[in-house]
Ligand binder design. Structure first.
Ligand SMILES: Cc1cc2nc3c(=O)[nH]c(=O)nc-3n(C[C@H](O)[C@H](O)[C@H](O)COP(=O)(O)OP(=O)(O)OC[C@H]3O[C@@H](n4cnc5c(N)ncnc54)[C@H](O)[C@@H]3O)c2cc1C
Length: 333
């Protein structure tokens, strides 16, 4: 595959390379076995012997286990809801490689969502957790899976996220604690710690916004880097985490605000739920878009807008028809 190509794949794809690096990784402290990183292959055993023994230094090496390739089937992920429930069998939740992804984090990230949502379902009338693209990388991953055409094993890269300045490692607690707490996963004492961090941040921010030096607020001076946090005595009492958050927000505020605004306009489309039973046979929709919408069955207009090839004009058209559909349904009650 693209992300873990075999040696024979590499030979075909990169014929212009004259050399190839192979790392000899000891398998452990108490064994003479080495893992040959960079030479994964499914060529026949006799070829593997020749390949390994052709490497300088390995002329007398012995192969204790042959390399092999892994092949697996997967479920077409557009047949899943963004809760990771299978559309056809909504009591069944799938996560990981079976959904067309590859990777540890990809599997783990889906696993926690599928597990939470299975528990939500069993726990009674509780709605599933769906993380937004502006809330978590897991949100980007699952939204891509259920919306985009997955034609090769999917890997989650930071570049797949539109809101990378919002999805930072340093603010993970601030982004996700409430969700974790509300569903009973995050213990109260941890949630309180995050609440206290927010309180201190708001307090410090209030001070910086409202304290002026030569007509300019301290916050503005921090933003333009005329001042450093260390220069402000009143902030000495705050912990390192508060100072770190203040510093990041001051230096990147303009860009962060831009992303928040973009996320807000996406949120508006997210609020446009596509009613079940809504058909896509209206005039004005191109055939290609209609087929994709019918196949993917997006839950919201935001998801519809992210389908490759569906245009903004078609989203506007869908908006009109969803409104009409709702009015007709309401009138029929
Ligand atoms: C050689 C190799 C190297 C890799 N290296 C990396 C790497 O460096 N970094 C990375 O991020 N990813 C790597 N990957 C990919 C990564 O390992 C997988 O994508 C990931 O582990 C998939 O996790 P999963 O939970 O979806 O599936 P799996 O880990 O395959 O788990 C599925 C489980 O279901 C069990 N099972 C199957 N059928 C049944 C059944 N009928 N009843 C009960 N249980 C069943 C299986 O035994 C298995 O334990 C590598 C994969 C391979 C093969």
């Amino acid at each position: 595959t693209r992300y873990c190509p075999s040696f024979e794949d590499k030979v075909m794809r990169f014929p212009h390379h004259e050399t190839h690096q192979i790392y000899l990784e000891p398998e452990g402290a108490f064994t003479d076995e080495y893992y040959l990183n960079g030479i994964s292959t499914s060529l026949p055993p006799d070829v593997q012997w020749q390949m390994v023994r052709s490497l300088p230094g390995l002329e007398n090496a012995t192969l204790s286990r042959y390399a092999y390739a892994v092949e697996y089937d997967f479920v077409l992920p557009h047949q899943l809801h963004n809760s990771l429930a299978v559309m056809k069998w909504p009591n069944l939740f799938l996560a990981g490689q079976i959904n067309g992804t590859t990777g540890y984090e990809e599997a783990g990230g889906q696993g926690i969502v599928a597990g939470i949502n299975a528990a939500q379902l069993v726990g009674g009338d509780r709605s599933p957790i769906v993380l937004g693209r502006d809330q978590a990388y897991i949100g980007v991953l699952i939204d891509d899976l259920v919306t985009k055409d997955i034609t090769e094993p999917y890997r989650l890269f930071t570049s797949r996220a539109e809101y990378r300045l919002l999805l930072r490692q340093d603010n993970a607690c601030r982004r996700l604690s409430k969700i974790g707490y509300d569903i009973g996963l995050l213990p109260e004492r941890h949630y309180r710690q995050v609440g206290e961090l927010e309180r201190q941040l708001a307090e410090a921010r209030d001070f910086l916004d409202n304290t002026k030096v030569s007509g300019q607020s301290l916050w503005r001076r921090l933003r333009t880097k005329e001042l450093q946090l260390d220069d402000i005595d009143e902030l000495r009492g705050y912990g390192a985490e508060v100072c770190r958050q203040l510093e990041i927000e001051a230096h990147y505020e303009g860009y962060i605000e831009q992303e928040k605004n973009q996320a807000k306009s996406l949120q508006k489309l997210t609020e446009w739920k596509i009613p079940s039973g809504f058909g896509y046979d209206m005039p004005g929709l191109r055939n290609e878009s209609r087929l994709k919408l019918q196949r993917i069955k997006p839950d919201t207009l935001a998801q519809a807008a992210r389908i490759d090839g569906v245009t903004p004009a078609e989203i506007a058209l869908l908006q009109v028809h969803i409104k009409r559909f709702r009015e007709t349904a309401a009138a029929a009650v």
